[in-house]
Design a protein around this ligand. Sequence first.
Ligand code: SF4
Ligand code: FE
Length: 492
Amino acid sequence: MALKTVEEYIASLRELKTRVYMFGEKIDNWVDHPMIRPSINCVAMTYELAQDPQYKDLMTVKSELTGETINRFTNLHRNTEDLRNKVKMQRLLGQKTASCFQRCVGMDCFNAEYSTTFEIDEKYGTHYHENFKKFLAFVQHNDLVVDGAMTDPKGDRSKAPHAQADPDLFVHVVERREDGIVVCGAKCHQTGSVNSHWHIFMPTIAMGPDDKDWAVSFACPTDAEGMYLIYGRQSCDTRKMEEGASIDVGNAKFGGQEALVVLDHVFIPNEYIFMNGEYDFAGMLVERFAGYHRQSYGGCKVGVGDVVIGAAALAAEYNGVEKASAVKDKIIEMIHLNETLYCCGIACSAEGVPTKAGNYQIDLLLANVCKQNVTRFPYEIVRLAEDIAGGLMVTMPSAADFNSDTPVGRNGETIGEICNKFFVGREGVSTENRQRIMRFLENMCLGAAAVGYRTESMHGAGSPQAQRIMISRQGDIAGKKAMAKAIAGITD
Ligand code: SF4
Ligand code: FE
């Protein structure tokens, strides 16, 4: 049963006892909740496409751990082709959902854990790599979604984990037992957390000897005793709760999801521990996970960008301006920016290298350049989309007005008739289609979907400054100086 169907995935979520809170209350049937379900549909697409003969080669691989055909989202990258196919798969998912489909954090975590646990064992004679391999084989065989949980709340940013006034501001070990550890703390803005069967917790920064209890990594079922999730809200999210408001929602079928994940004295058995006090490896795990996730953005955001560009082109067409040279040029610019991001995603994959454990790593410098561009280009793409669409994308009356038969005009015309009369675009285009594309753009540019396309582009996989630090470390400035000296004839 190495590939689940969509129905099996949804059914498997219902079996969990995940504790989800939203708007100050516990949500029992969160699987069918109108604000949560679009994000589940999004993850479900990773299952649907894996069953589709058209996408089989991109979406599935043969596992070296289990010998079974598995979803690529649970794969260990075996070569640079795998790394490139990962990015292509993410672009495809972005195109199919116009949203964050959440499952990549687990995939990126698997690959970072696989190589890091190998190197911890090599130095300390621990058994984390075997633990991890066993866990991953279980994930692959059962086609599970795993949240790779990294970002701690961090409290006072100028202080290390052990120096915080509240030790829980970074996930840490509160008790070491013969059979395992007890952990406390939380992880913020966890993508796809509620929709995951398991979580893997990782440290969020490099650590020193005093942070030993905070240098901890482990797997934990999402419904573990003591674990609960508080759902993050998004701009215009309650539109999803309005009856008959699918047009106003924009992207009504799909959406992203983030949550605060709290660990309140959760017991972790030994077999699920992948790091326990080896603080000198915390930085390696962070760097590798972040590197993979910065590569990921050269796929997922490009796929979403494709849909935004398509929507802007449609808006131009519906407005009757698609032949204007200024509009054409803006679309060209959007494509240029979007494909530049894709170039970065493919380049850092093509330049990948094997780790000591045998799986493949991306080129770290190029992956950081990729993500740095992602902190900028989607903003420009969105600016151009808004420019092309016009102000109507944020000023139009609601779908309820368009559908209203309340008389308002002199001759008894309804509110709906009046809206349809005055919001008509080019001849032959229904007002409803124009309304749909405008609301879709609103959703993508500044509504709930903008979480995934804009702010996540800025802060997801690390904020821009984190990439600049990596770029300065990897950029070999000394080597570049030497090149200049050699050619300029400077000898010292
Ligand atoms: Fe995947 Fe992109 Fe969402 Fe990260 S932001 S989980 S890479 S879709
Ligand atoms: Fe993300």
